[in-house]
Design a protein around this ligand. Structure first.
Ligand SMILES: [Zn+2]
Length: 185
C-alpha cells in the first residue's frame, strides 16, 4: 500500500511524510477515522513509507524488498492485532494468530476494511469479537524482540476500541515508552 493508493487526505499524508523527514516519528500513533475513510490503508502506507529503502518526498517506492513484503502483509516486522472470536475449526482460542491468514486476505481484498466486513469475511456472526487479554502478552513479547530486517518494527492494532480492559492496562506502559513504532487506531 502506497500513499497514492489511499484516496484523498493530502494533509494527513503530508504530515506523516514531514514527520519522517524531520526524523521525529512518534512511537505510537492513533489513526482515528470516519467509517470508510481508509485509516487502516493509511497506517499500512505509513508503515511501508518509513521502511522503504528508496522513499521519496511523497511516497514509498513500491518496489524494494521491504515495500513488496509490506504490501503483501508478510513482512516479518509488521504485526497485527484485530478483534477475534472463537470460531469452530478456525480459531479454537479466539486468538489473532489463529485468524491472521484470514485477516491478511481480508485486508488485501478490502484495504478499506470495516468491522462488519471483517465479521462477514471470517464468519464471526453474532459472537462478540474482541482483542483478548492474551494478545497483550503476545504484543509485548513481539515488540521486545529486535527487528529482523526492517528499519522500524511496526505493530498495527486495528479497531483498538475492541481491546479488553486488562489488556489495555498491560499495554499502557509499552504505548508510553515503546521500543518501536506502534501504530494504533
Ligand atoms: Zn520501497
Amino acid at each position: 500500500m502506497q500513499f497514492k493508493d489511499v484516496v484523498g487526505q493530502p494533509e494527513v499524508k503530508q504530515r506523516l511524510v514531514q514527520m519522517v523527514k524531520e526524523n521525529r516519528i512518534s512511537h505510537a500513533l492513533l489513526f482515528s477515522e470516519l467509517p470508510g475513510s481508509g485509516g487502516l490503508a493509511m497506517a499500512l502506507a505509513f508503515a511501508q513509507y518509513i521502511n522503504c529503502e528508496n522513499q521519496n518526498d511523497i511516497d514509498s517506492c513500491g518496489e524494494c524488498p521491504s515495500c513488496r513484503k509490506i504490501s503483501k502483509l508478510v513482512h516479518p516486522d509488521l504485526h497485527f492485532s484485530f478483534p477475534a472470536a472463537k470460531i469452530d475449526k478456525k480459531a479454537k482460542n479466539g486468538w489473532c494468530s489463529e485468524l491472521l491468514p484470514d485477516f491478511r486476505e481480508a485486508v488485501l481484498q478490502m484495504p478499506y476494511l470495516q468491522l462488519n466486513d471483517w465479521y462477514n469475511f471470517v464468519g464471526v456472526e453474532n459472537k462478540q469479537a474482541i482483542i483478548r487479554e492474551e494478545e497483550s502478552d503476545v504484543i509485548i513479547h513481539n515488540l521486545s524482540l529486535k527487528a529482523y530486517e526492517a528499519k522500524y518494527k511496526v505493530h498495527i492494532m486495528w479497531q483498538a476500541d475492541k481491546l479488553n480492559t486488562t489488556a489495555a492496562n498491560k499495554l499502557l506502559k509499552i504505548i508510553e515508552e515503546p521500543p518501536i513504532t506502534l501504530c494504533l487506531f
